[in-house]
Design a protein around this ligand. Structure first.
Ligand code: ZN
Length: 315
């Protein structure tokens, strides 16, 4: 196991509560099951720019539907920087990035409950300490939430398998505001097996080893030209008013627009041409040119595209 710096924060999260805490680069947030079987919803944003948020949707491209030990969760594109890394996670912690953040209207719709705790409200209350609004709550990374799905696209939640004493360690790759909360669906859903239990959160200072992991991940998955910063945005200011109106005289500047198309002549032998025709008949393309273009691009995807493993390499 990686060694961390000294513990600088320790708090018991009573059921249906949460806490927004600053976690600095290289620091580790530990979330502990005090009673077991408790779902944890988690939000995070850049401590220096709250518009940069953890984005479990975009991160699904590399984490799949169940982020695991070693996985990296990124911030929202066009930032798309490594934000959080999972340093420790027991097998009994099933994770979820499909089941989103539960909110009060769901309980009113499903059960007619007009006053019920929800992760949306608990996160909103927690981040209001930092002047953020309920609209700043985003899609959660859910820990100890046992979601299943099938090929028709349906998903559902089954028994929470979290055990008392289980803990998850998350390292911050830059300074973040981290917001763990106890999920509000505990008493009426399988998410926490129909009861609320407390959690404990701790923060450990950065160590040489966590610093090395931050450096390693940033070296492998950071510093790309398209991981953009606000100074590269066309609109840099955050709109202070709520109503939307078009900007007078605005003209779009889409990337690489208008598209430039160049015809390339590819000479095929008779045998190659026959083969391409045969592939067309099998449905690989609309005509022989289309078959050749698709064939070249399939080859490029297989042989030229870099396969970046979006994982922490443990020392
Ligand atoms: Zn919830």
């Amino acid at each position: 196991m990686i060694s961390y710096g000294k513990q600088r924060f320790d708090l018991v999260l009573q059921p249906i509560s949460g806490k927004a805490v600053a976690v600095h680069a290289g620091e580790v947030l530990r979330v502990i099951q005090l009673g077991g079987e408790q779902c944890v919803d988690f939000n995070a944003c850049n401590l220096l720019d709250y518009k940069e948020k953890m984005d479990v949707g975009s991160s699904r491209g590399s984490t799949g539907f169940r982020p695991r030990k070693g996985d990296i969760i990124f911030s929202n594109p066009p930032r798309y920087r490594p934000m959080i890394g999972i340093l420790e996670m027991p097998p009994s912690c099933q994770t979820d990035v499909l089941g989103r953040t539960c909110h009060a209207t769901l309980y009113e719709m499903a059960f007619g409950l007009e006053l019920h705790t929800s992760c949306q409200d608990t996160i909103a209350e927690s981040i209001s300490e930092y002047g953020l609004t309920p609209d700043d709550v985003h899609d959660s990374f859910n820990m100890w939430m046992n979601t299943e799905w099938d090929s028709t696209g349906r998903w559902w939640t089954v028994t929470n398998t979290g055990r008392k004493g289980d803990f998850v360690d998350l390292v911050a790759f830059f300074d973040i505001l981290a917001v763990p909360v106890t999920c509000g669906s505990g008493d009426i859903r399988w998410t926490s097996n129909f009861s609320f239990k407390p959690l404990q959160i701790q923060i450990f200072e950065a160590s040489a080893q966590t610093g090395a992991i931050v450096d390693q991940v940033n070296a492998r998955h950071g510093g790309l030209k398209n991981q953009r910063t606000v100074d590269q945005f066309r609109v840099k200011e955050i709109k202070p008013d709520r109503e939307l109106r078009p900007v007078p005289g605005w003209k779009p500047r889409f990337v690489n627009f208008p598209i430039q198309v160049e015809n390339i002549t590819v000479e095929l032998s008779q045998a190659e041409y026959n083969k391409a025709e045969s592939l067309q008949e099998q449905g690989l393309g609309n005509d022989v040119s289309d078959v050749v273009r698709r064939g070249v691009m399939i080859w490029c995807n297989k042989h030229l595209a870099a396969r970046r493993q979006m994982k922490i390499v443990f020392p």
